[in-house]
Unconditional design. Structure first.
Length: 269
């Protein structure tokens, strides 16, 4: 059966909202930022929203099945929520590991011999991501996964080793999230380094913070980040209106991408 090439899509699909992983240290404002997204509902894997005037949140999930059930309700039931927020990825991973350990009748996933517990854990993570994809594709919901960070030594084959911020997850789940998301943003307080003379030909360096926060959207040696939309390398991350800054940048990037797509001539028969 011949294919109708007129049905090919050219350029970006503006109907599909982004899948975002927003990572940063504790207390940097990840949950507040997500709460300012369009009509969000939180799936709580950790108990950390009490101080936020949250738009809407499911009861705290104490098992992986409860997380899947809450995603399922959003898929099957009628509602007007526009954003789903997983808070947070590392606590979701804890629930996944707990479920895998229970299935293998051990107390901890680390007790499963030869590290074989992490493959079924990755499979359970894929189930969650598949559910989130359904919300994005069928319900047109923006998906935000919040995550904490860790500092780990990175052995760069191109240069000397150095420390960098990574997702505070097992490597298998971290790789899945990074590959799956459209935007991986790293949030951090802006820091300037001031060097002063300390005497005896010694110098002393100290970090100076202005209180300003930054959302980084392109990878640098000190952290991982990415985006598929041609967003700027970084954006301001104010306490109030941070989502609106991101939303404007998304609209501008999509408009630029749209105008860059040129119609291609059809080959003569």
């Amino acid at each position: 059966m011949p294919f109708d090439f007129a049905k090919l899509r050219r350029g970006p699909d503006p109907t599909k909202p982004p899948r975002i992983v927003a990572m940063g240290p504790q207390g940097v404002g990840k949950s507040t930022w997500a709460n300012s997204a369009p009509n969000p509902i939180f799936i709580q894997c950790e108990d950390g929203l009490d101080a936020i005037n949250v738009n809407a949140a499911f009861p705290l999930a104490t098992s992986l099945q409860e997380v899947l059930d809450q995603i399922g309700v959003l898929i099957t039931d009628q509602h007007d929520f526009k954003t789903v927020v997983i808070d947070t990825a590392d606590w979701l991973e804890h629930l996944i590991h707990k479920a895998v350990a229970a299935a293998h009748k051990v107390e901890s996933i680390d007790q499963i011999p030869y590290g074989k517990g992490y493959r079924p854990a990755a499979d359970e993570c894929r189930k969650v991501l598949e559910g989130l994809d359904l919300l994005r594709n069928e319900k047109r919901m923006t998906v935000i996964v919040l995550a904490h960070v860790k500092i780990k030594r990175f052995d760069d084959p191109m240069t000397d080793a150095y420390d960098r911020y990574l997702l505070d997850l097992h490597d298998s789940m971290s790789s899945l999230l990074i590959e799956w998301c459209d935007v991986l943003g790293f949030i951090q307080h802006a820091v300037a380094v001031k060097t002063t003379e300390a005497g005896f030909n010694q110098k002393r360096s100290r970090g100076i913070g202005s209180g300003e926060r930054v959302l980084y959207l392109e990878e640098r040696p000190g952290f991982i980040a990415k985006n598929r939309y041609g967003l700027p390398p970084s954006l301001p991350f104010p306490k109030e209106g941070g989502w609106q800054v991101f939303e404007r940048a998304m609209a501008e990037a999509r408009q630029t991408t749209k105008t860059d797509v040129k119609p291609r001539p059809v080959a003569a028969e």
